[in-house]
Design a protein around this ligand. Structure first.
Ligand code: PAF
Length: 299
């Protein structure tokens, strides 16, 4: 496994790979890797000749009041996990390399970036789209691997790929969960034991939504109300949003339909957590794998 800090050196190595017509898989991360990241990395290793993982805590996607400073940084462990998983190249740029003095170019995916998480995190998705576009230009991947937990991010990146003609195919893999049902996230590290217990309420609310739908409920507002009722029972929980939206345009839906996204953002104590399911008739417990059915990105 080779570690690159310089975009130019990584680009030269990628050029060599591309000359040999090898497929490049790419997993962008902010480090503090967990089993969710590893499932993306393992899939990428299975499907590509060369796998690149970037580790970069991107300041452009954090608001002024957010957790940039305390975001977990576990580089040694991350590198060991990547080596073990068979990663070929790590890209580990510094802030001043990605955003040198005078940096002024940003990518904004309009509309999709302002709803759901975008309304309480203004500028967040502009930061995500910008860094991912920059990483695409450096890594030039054939396939990008993302997790369904960040469904809105996946939809936005897929839109950017289409709009800006990046020749990249997107694969969105199912959310990986702890035994208690909590979606894995680097931010789970902030939770106290009691808060971790309370955090289970997000996945419970989504399972409740799924079971209401399985039993014939089709009214989005009734499902949202039942989810909110359940979450509100936890004193540490403060709901940012509970929404039923169309997966392709993220617009609210009145009625449940296959392919709709049920998404939650809830603060447990000071930690903001997100989770979601995608509804597909007969899709089973978590409505997984629906992303593979919708057309996003290349092909
Ligand atoms: O999902 C993340 O970890 C980040 O948003 C990403 C895609 C690596 C961009 O910084």
């Amino acid at each position: 496994m080779k570690v690159f800090r310089s975009p130019e050196k990584l680009s030269i190595a990628i050029n060599r790979i591309k000359q040999n017509k090898k497929r490049v898989g790419f997993v962008p991360t902010m480090g503090a890797l967990h089993a969710g990241h590893l499932s993306l990395i393992k899939q990428a290793v299975k499907e590509n000749n060369t796998v690149v993982v970037s580790i970069f805590v991107n300041p452009a996607q954090f608001g002024p009041q957010e957790d940039l400073k305390k975001y977990p940084r576990l580089l040694k462990m991350d590198l060991a996990l990547c080596r073990q998983a068979g990663v070929d190249f790590i890209f580990l740029p510094e802030n001043k390399i990605m955003y040198p003095r005078g940096y002024s170019t940003f990518v904004n995916v309009e509309g999709l970036s302002e709803v759901l998480c975008g309304s309480s995190r203004p500028g967040h998705f502009r930061g995500v789209a910008t860094v991912v576009a920059k990483l695409f230009n450096i890594v030039r991947p054939d396939v990008l691997y993302l997790g369904q937990k960040d469904a809105q991010q996946a939809v936005i990146i897929a839109r950017m790929i289409k709009d800006l003609n990046f020749p990249v195919k997107v694969k969105v893999l199912p959310t990986v969960r702890g035994n208690d049902g909590v979606a894995l996230s680097s931010r789970n590290a902030y939770l106290s034991d009691k808060e971790r217990e309370d955090a289970v309420v997000l996945s419970k609310a989504l399972l409740l939504a799924q079971s209401l739908i399985d039993n014939g409920q089709r009214h989005a507002d009734r499902i949202i109300n039942r989810m909110k009722e359940l979450i509100s029972k936890k004193r540490s929980a403060r709901i940012d949003y509970a929404a039923v939206v169309d997966l392709e345009n993220l617009m609210p839906l009145k009625k449940i339909k296959p392919g709709c996204l049920i998404a939650l953002a809830v603060k447990i104590g000071k930690t903001r957590l997100i989770d979601n399911i995608i509804i597909r008739e007969g899709s089973g417990k978590w409505g997984q794998n629906y992303f593979s059915k919708i057309k996003i990105g290349k092909k």
